[in-house]
Design a protein around this ligand. Structure first.
Ligand SMILES: Cc1cc2nc3c(=O)[nH]c(=O)nc-3n(C[C@H](O)[C@H](O)[C@H](O)COP(=O)(O)OP(=O)(O)OC[C@H]3O[C@@H](n4cnc5c(N)ncnc54)[C@H](O)[C@@H]3O)c2cc1C
Length: 361
């Protein structure tokens, strides 16, 4: 269980980080050019570290936005609504590990929400926006859908739908589902061991909804009994918990099988199902108190198409997913780790650190 203290009362202010500071375990900065595929937590973190080291790099992002599964909605409530990553699933010392510079003041308020922590009127997305993005913003090319990575020669050739790029090293940071669907052709093909791990690893759907009510009639948390237990999770929870807000916002978090059910519904069906589930749990108080709702179906996001890999994945497969290819192609992100842990934003960030260190060795 992680217990975190409240680190500060204010919100983090945007900071421009000097590009030359670098204190990761890198002997000498890599001299060549690096392409990063994907601007989620993994890709942005990798870019940040390369910027600090003064390495020439570019991030190719298929969509028109950075952040991937850290996306937030800023309009629904008077605090940011996290449509993907919400909890800090480790201690607050992780901020200093991600922002790899002791001189940068970090001002991020969190509140314990055992076994995790929550940001207070803040989010993972904003943390990256404030502390990581300033170092990489000018190096992101949006709307570049990577279709092939040819690492057969000395120089790596990366092709998108409308442009060709060359690089000495590539860091792949797209969701595992994108690789499994074959969106990116690797030349030569990915090793059989990695293809086997990709096929075997269960990828859960991910779905979230947020409902505003005129009163709080619900518990802090209601966890459903999903069967079998490794099929996924479904939780209703007080999304305004710990926030500086008087709004009553209930969250629905569903991954795996329960997410599949919600993902197939129309918006009005979704509203009806959620209200009838809550009415059954809380003596018909949901319907009369309903104000509005929003939802996020990650399966429908063109360049994500999934929630995340199952928490019950085999660590050996995960480790295989994270392995680099012949000193040329590296992997960073929630699905590409050393097999110790996977999925969370902080894990994606640390996997980028590993990739950059390996690349520079
Ligand atoms: C519903 C849900 C709840 C979650 N809750 C939490 C939580 O509470 N706490 C937590 O720590 N984590 C949580 N996570 C997990 C966390 O959000 C992700 O694991 C993490 O953000 C993944 O980062 P990433 O960089 O690996 O991938 P992504 O964020 O998916 O980024 C990958 C990027 O690659 C881009 N891309 C895809 N294909 C291409 C292509 N062909 N060419 C170029 N770019 C491409 C995508 O557009 C995207 O921007 C949650 C996730 C979901 C879905």
């Amino acid at each position: 269980m992680e217990i975190c203290g409240v680190l500060g009362l204010g919100l983090a202010a945007p900071l421009a980080l000097p590009a030359c500071r670098y204190n990761a375990k890198v002997n000498a900065p890599f001299k060549g050019r690096v392409l990063i595929v994907g601007a989620g937590a993994g890709g942005l973190s990798a870019g940040y570290l390369l910027a600090q080291a003064g390495v020439d790099f570019e991030i190719l992002e298929a969509s028109l936005a950075f952040g991937g599964r850290m996306k937030i909605n800023r309009d629904f409530a008077d605090f940011p609504i996290p449509l993907g990553a919400e909890w800090l699933e480790t201690g607050t010392d992780i901020f200093r590990k991600i922002v790899n510079d002791p001189d940068v003041p970090l001002n991020v308020a969190t509140v314990p929400d055992p076994p995790d922590c929550k940001f207070v009127n803040y989010s993972w997305y904003q943390f990256f926006e404030d502390y990581i993005l300033p170092s990489v913003a000018g190096r992101i090319s949006y709307g570049q859908i990577v279709e092939s990575i040819d690492y057969s020669g000395g120089e790596i050739r990366v092709s998108t739908q409308n442009a060709d790029y060359t690089a000495d090293k590539v860091i792949v940071s797209v969701p595992l589902q994108i690789l499994r669907d074959g969106d990116i052709q690797f030349i030569p093909s990915l090793p059989q061991s990695k293809q086997d791990a990709m096929r075997k690893t269960v990828i859960w759907d991910g779905f979230k909804a947020f409902v505003e009510f005129s009163a709080r009639f619900y518990d802090e948390e209601y966890v459903f009994d999903v069967q079998p237990p490794d099929a996924g999770q479904k939780i209703y929870y007080d999304a305004a918990y710990g926030q500086n807000s008087s709004m009553h916002i209930l969250g629905l978090f569903a991954v795996g099988k329960p997410a599949e059910i919600y993902a197939s519904l129309s918006d009005s069906e979704l509203k009806d199902i959620i209200l009838s589930e809550l009415d059954a749990l809380y003596s018909n108080q949901a319907g009369p108190n309903y104000i509005k709702h929003i939802s996020q179906n990650w399966k429908k996001e063109a360049f994500i198409r999934s929630g995340y890999i199952s928490e019950n994945a085999d660590w050996k497969d995960v480790r295989e997913l994270g392995k680099s290819l012949g000193g040329k192609v590296y992997f960073a992100g929630g699905a590409y780790t050393d097999g110790e842990d996977w999925v969370s934003v902080h894990v994606a960030a640390l996997s980028a650190k590993r990739a950059v260190e390996e690349l520079s060795a």
